[in-house]
Design a binder for this molecule. Structure first.
Ligand SMILES: NC(=O)c1ccc[n+]([C@@H]2O[C@H](COP(=O)([O-])OP(=O)(O)OC[C@H]3O[C@@H](n4cnc5c(N)ncnc54)[C@H](OP(=O)(O)O)[C@@H]3O)[C@@H](O)[C@H]2O)c1
Length: 316
């Protein structure tokens, strides 16, 4: 163990980071070992990671001194922020900046920053196709991540900028699965017209990240976009119809209708889907399933993921 390089993982008890910790532990030939960060080392998820063989360490993204301590001795670092915990793009930016600062202080040799586009590069605040949110954002949970890319560059940290895709698990945990209407028909709702949505099995993000850490010289300083597949709403509904043995229709609403759904974050997500749809070539072009497959040859397609996970999607 002592001769293995430590990959330190932010968000280790969560979806992306948890997948990375498991991918490292399941790939002993990689030469890496996993250091998993959490605010609560006594949680069930933290204990489960320790049981798998990860070193579990306390660190808080709001406390840069804790990050500097926690990153010390690490070769690689996976950086993440969780917008949906606090809904504050400014806090998300500050947490990314703290990670860049601590990575530099600790002399980490390769960072993967799980980022997204600053959509304002394509949709300036003056563009009224979608509302400006929270004062200075179009898609707050994208824009702050993309804006924070400069912190990794400015701190001189050797970074790979990882563009992730829509998790298919959003249908399990985020209420985005098909819903049964009063007419008894199941509808899968997306404001994406006939455009393709890059999606991925979240566990595959961590597996691709291992591939990036293994090939530092190829990926450092680069932006790498990954997806399992690019599928239209119709194609996703057809795949679910096959998997469930139950007809699922694609319900193409407009971004404005989606923004008005009223749940917390609906406006942010409505703008996000409109960005993905209006700039579909740019968005899909930045997330190449072939690149993901090269990093992780057993990359799942939507059909393969559905076969494993359909029983976890609440059909109500
Ligand atoms: N859903 C999607 O389709 C999708 C697609 C692309 C990108 N994303 C982005 O993914 C991000 C969330 O990642 P995820 O889905 O992997 O998260 P997740 O499963 O919700 O877990 C959040 C993780 O972040 C850690 N965390 C949160 N605040 C922290 C803090 N202050 N200090 C230390 N650790 C903290 C949590 O650790 P503890 O609670 O154990 O401390 C936990 O491990 C979001 O920013 C979202 O925008 C989502």
């Amino acid at each position: 163990m002592a001769d293995r390089k430590i990959i330190a993982v932010v968000g280790a008890t969560g979806a992306q980071g948890g997948g990375l910790v498991r991918a490292i532990i399941n790939d002993p030939g990689s030469g890496f070992t996993a250091r998993a960060f959490t605010r609560d080392v006594t949680s069930e998820k933290a204990k489960a990671l320790a049981k798998l063989g990860a070193e579990v360490v306390a660190a808080d993204l709001d406390d840069v001194a804790s990050l500097k301590r926690a990153f010390t001795g690490a070769y690689g670092l996976f950086c993440l922020t969780n917008f949906w915990e606090h809904f504050s793009p400014e806090r998300e930016y500050a947490q990314a900046k703290s990670q860049a600062e601590a990575a530099r202080a600790a002399g980490v040799q390769h960072v993967i920053w799980s980022t997204l586009e600053d959509t304002r590069k394509w949709v300036p605040l003056s563009d009224n196709r979608m509302p400006t949110l929270m004062g200075t954002y179009k898609v707050p949970h994208f824009d702050a991540k993309g804006a924070a890319d400069q912190e990794f560059a400015n701190h001189g940290v050797p970074t790979t900028f990882l563009l992730t895709s829509f998790y298919w698990e959003n249908m399990i945990f985020f209420g985005m699965g098909p819903k049964k209407g009063p007419d008894g028909v199941f509808r899968f709702t997306l404001p994406m017209e006939g455009k393709k949505l890059p999606g991925i099995a979240v566990e595959d993000i961590g597996r691709c990240a291992v591939g990036i850490f293994k090939n530092k010289s190829e990926y450092v300083g680069k932006t790498v976009g990954i997806a399992g597949e690019h599928l239209t709403g119709e194609e996703m509904a057809a795949a679910m119809t096959r998997a469930f043995g139950q007809t699922v229709h694609y319900n193409a609403v407009t971004p404005a209708q989606y923004r008005a759904f009223g749940f917390r974050g609906a406006e942010d997500l409505g703008n996000m889907f409109q960005f993905k749809s209006d700039f579909n070539e740019v968005f899909c072009g930045a997330r190449n399933p072939a690149v993901a497959k090269r990093l992780h040859p057993a990359l799942q397609t939507f059909d393969v993921w559905l076969a494993q996970n359909k029983s976890r999607i609440p059909l109500v």
